[in-house]
Ligand binder design. Structure first.
Ligand code: ZN
Length: 235
């Protein structure tokens, strides 16, 4: 009898856990609507990305019906976040944050820098389309950062690498040899680049500054680790 009661208790507990998991998955697969976007605070948006990366790292990314989401978002989008990431094939923002169709705007450029077109895109993402957070996502072993450290001169890459001057300016003698093989130095420049890029956005965009001042948008810098999949939040 005791065994039976225990068994029934466990089974009921198991079923309710399974039901909770299904409920969480159903919630997560619901596409962002204008109402849902409106009720998402900037901190909620960042919390969603944090939770998504935790699922990704744990191998528990949610498997949604993407074609259903395509249909549900066809008449309009209301993403909760905008992400500026590197072009690196190992750092696809939607995958590392476990986000899906209609969830996030993504701008990708080598070394996750800002230029006028990307700032314009972020102004569109937030002021026009209502996104609540902006993430500047750097990563370790970044080829663009390594090229900047080595002062590479090649075609249009030369001009691109000028964007890393402020981050390179944070280096001191204590950082050792300025060489792309100096992993700690490359990491320092990559982190400085993500932070400085995030901090520069409000100086370069009065529209985004006004949204940040009104607490309608939050800007954060983060670093993705290509060896673990984990995102570390810098600000
Ligand atoms: Zn990169």
């Amino acid at each position: 009898m005791l065994t039976r009661r225990l068994f029934c208790g466990c089974l009921a507990g198991g079923l309710s856990l399974a039901a909770t998991a299904v409920h969480a998955q159903t919630q997560e697969c619901a596409v962002f609507t204008p109402d849902r976007q409106k009720s998402t605070a900037p901190d909620d948006s960042i919390a969603r990305l944090k939770a998504g990366n935790e699922r990704f790292v744990a191998g528990k990314s949610i498997n949604c019906d993407l074609m259903a989401q395509v249909k549900q978002t066809a008449s309009g989008q209301a993403p909760h976040a905008a992400i500026v990431g590197c072009i690196d094939s190992r750092v696809p923002p939607e995958l590392v944050f476990d986000q899906r169709i209609g969830d996030v705007f993504c701008a990708r450029v080598a070394g996750n820098i800002l230029n006028l077109d990307i700032i314009g895109s972020l102004e569109y993402s937030t002021k026009v389309a209502g996104a609540k957070s902006i993430v500047i996502l750097g990563h370790n072993s970044c080829g663009a950062i390594k090229s900047a450290v080595d002062n590479v001169k090649l075609g249009n890459i030369t001009a691109l690498l000028k964007n890393f001057q402020p981050a390179l300016a944070t280096l001191t003698k204590a950082d050792g040899l300025r060489d792309a093989h100096n992993d700690a130095l490359v990491q320092k420049v990559a982190e400085a680049n993500a932070k400085l890029t995030a901090a520069s956005l409000v100086k370069r965009s009065p529209i985004i500054k006004a949204l940040v001042d009104a607490k309608q948008v939050k800007i954060v810098a983060a670093m993705h680790d290509i060896t673990t999949g984990k995102v570390t939040w810098l600000s």
